[in-house]
Ligand binder design. Structure first.
Ligand code: SF4
Length: 264
């Protein structure tokens, strides 16, 4: 089997064998719109098969594996949103990594970017442990939820415009379901910054006419249902950015400490 069958005991698997499976973009739109709870939504996200290229890729990677993880079972499914059910802080990334989230089943878990991210979240008081290594490791986010704008690992980390569009309703619905409590949204990288604006609009946020430029520490105040919400830009803790010093641990800590201060 090239992926974990739903409901077979993987820790935290939100789906069961009965969870409806989206087979094309129209299914994604229909199923996402009908989800009234995060439990339902994450279950359906986690079994989606709407993008043929990504389904093939995620399952091939899960079967072939990387040598270092040859003894592990790969998740091989879409990686759903994860964290607090009523978050005040929402972190938005682009897509899971082939041998990271696609292996562990948890977003930003199992690769170097995730190591940097969770260490900083822990230092900033937003995660209970400094590492996030695998489903069932006991890690918990505090008042914080993480999601990706595309839920499946794409080849070369580059989803196509069609794949981004197909996955859009999952993100928009998740943003709408958590909007009543969210006070801060942090975009991890320029791609996430671009992707989140239409999803925020779809989720009922009132946004400025022109989209402000992305930058590390860029802040924009928007509103949802009369409440102020701050959008913050943060450079992605990618290996390239952390190797070159474009992002440092201190820079990440500053963003998450600021997000936490705004969220209370
Ligand atoms: S990228 Fe999104 S829409 Fe496409 S198969 Fe994965 S979960 Fe479904």
């Amino acid at each position: 089997m090239s992926f974990v069958p739903p409901g077979t005991g993987w820790p935290g698997d939100p789906a069961t064998a009965e969870t409806p499976v989206a087979l094309d973009p129209a299914d994604v739109r229909r199923l996402a719109a009908a989800c009234g709870t995060l439990a339902e939504l994450t279950a359906e996200q986690s079994v989606c098969r709407a993008c043929p290229r990504l389904v093939t890729w995620r399952e091939e990677v899960a079967q072939v594996k990387r040598r270092a993880f040859a003894d592990e079972t790969y998740w091989g499914r879409p990686v759903p949103g994860w964290g607090a059910e009523r978050p005040s802080i929402l972190l938005v990334g682009l897509a899971p990594a082939a041998h990271g989230g696609n292996r562990t089943g948890r977003i930003f878990t199992g690769d170097r970017s995730g190591d940097w991210l969770f260490a900083s979240l822990h230092r900033s008081g937003l995660a209970t442990q400094e590492t996030s290594t695998h489903a069932g490791d006991g890690q918990k986010l505090l008042g914080t939820r993480v999601l990706a704008s595309v839920r499946c690992a794409p080849p070369a980390n580059k989803p196509t415009p069609e794949e981004k569009a197909a996955c859009f309703p999952w993100m928009a619905r998740e943003m709408a379901l958590v909007a009543p409590t969210v006070r801060v949204v942090v975009a991890l990288g320029g791609y996430a910054w671009q992707a989140m604006w239409p999803a925020l609009k779809d989720a009922g946020y009132t946004l400025p006419r022109s989209r402000p430029a992305f930058g590390h520490g860029a802040e924009v105040e928007v509103r949802h249902g009369g409440s102020p919400v701050t959008l913050i830009g943060c450079y992605h803790p990618s290996q390239q950015n952390t190797f070159t010093g474009r992002v440092t641990a201190q820079m990440l800590d500053e963003i998450f400490t600021r997000a936490r201060a705004l969220a209370v």
